[in-house]
Design a binder for this molecule. Sequence first.
Ligand code: NDP
Length: 400
Amino acid sequence: MSRTLIIGCGGVASVVIHKCCQNSDVFGEIMIASRTKSKCDALKEKLQGQTKTVISTAKVDADNVDELVALMNDYKPELCINVALPYQDLTIMDACLKCGVHYLDTANYEPEDTAKFEYSWQWAYRERFEKAGLTAILGCGFDPGVTGVFCAYAQKHYFDEINYIDILDCNAGDHGYPFATNFNPEINIREVSANGSYIENGQWVETKPMGIKRVYNFPEIGEKDMYLLHHEELESLALNIKGIKRIRFFMTFRQSYLTHLKCLENVGMTSIKPINYNGMEIVPLQFLKAVLPDPASLGPRTKGKTNIGCIMQGVKDSKPVNYYVYNVCCHEECYAEVGSQAISYTTGVPAMIGGMMLLTGKWKKPGVYNVEEFDPDPFMDALNKWGLPWKESFSPDLVD
Ligand code: NDP
């Protein structure tokens, strides 16, 4: 029976763990290991008795390679699913290499002091994973993650080349707070307050934060304002999908969210530069995280839907093709099923599916890969089976 080590026990991890427990045939034994062990124990208590999956828990500081190595040598997992924070990606990859464990994460490595969002650090591990005969799957949440699988699926079945991709991420959920973030506030605010960028003709084009706005009529949701953001999958998709001329990422934001964010930025609360406060060094953004609602607490309050998908334009047999593939997910249904809102759900389900792809040998090849480098078909089938069904259209509204 294979063993999986899951690192982190926050919003996304909770969904991964619920889903692994629904899929005991593949995830026979799991260990939940995180910084705060009481959270791992509470989840174990909730789930054991309802699942055949055998659950263990442990405390680990994932910034510390030696601690990770000791834990892996003791538990001997086949796979480690990293759903802690992007800061821990490299230490966990190092430990996996030392212990012969496959690796999967949902967000690319970031150093704490710069918000750069690029794969270079993790791609530098390719040769080491290849030599060790181990697979590392990068960015296997929804975006990045399912968005990459959507593009690979379109490339495989509907296009000879894809020239334009727009990834659209709409969260029309309402949690009733004037300001809160749907996943880790520190990571979320770093992402949305950074400059926007997209790739055109092989070059990055940089924009001011929220500098490009469009309105889109989302299926099953309606018209929403959306803004161009930098997003990590642009980098890998521009390399892995044939024929790309332009690739962009848009996310919806409500005016109230943007007004609060601007105000927090203007007063310096979103800065990641440490400051001295009463003789203590604090990072303003980390302090802000401490006063904002915990994303895990949004589950019972959030109503409405998400719609995340990709619009592609390209050519098949010399004829133009437009294609839109997307998932619509309901916050309340997610909460009823696993006790989390749809942002954690749409990230955690693909992470479980990616783990299943690896453990069942469908996505196993030594090296470090982004999701679009694997066969998309079994993953697309699994999305329909495990709670994220997708829909497609060949005549979508396009984004100008
Ligand atoms: P949370 O803040 O809710 O959870 C993070 C967890 O990691 C917490 O349990 C935290 O422990 C634990 N942790 C943090 N540092 C360490 C450490 N040094 N050692 C051990 N455990 C640690 O975050 P989310 O669940 O919202 O996000 C998890 C990941 O998912 C992030 O990397 C995020 O970027 C990614 N993500 C990806 C998306 C996608 O679509 N691809 C979308 C949304 C998120 P403690 O409980 O003690 O704080």
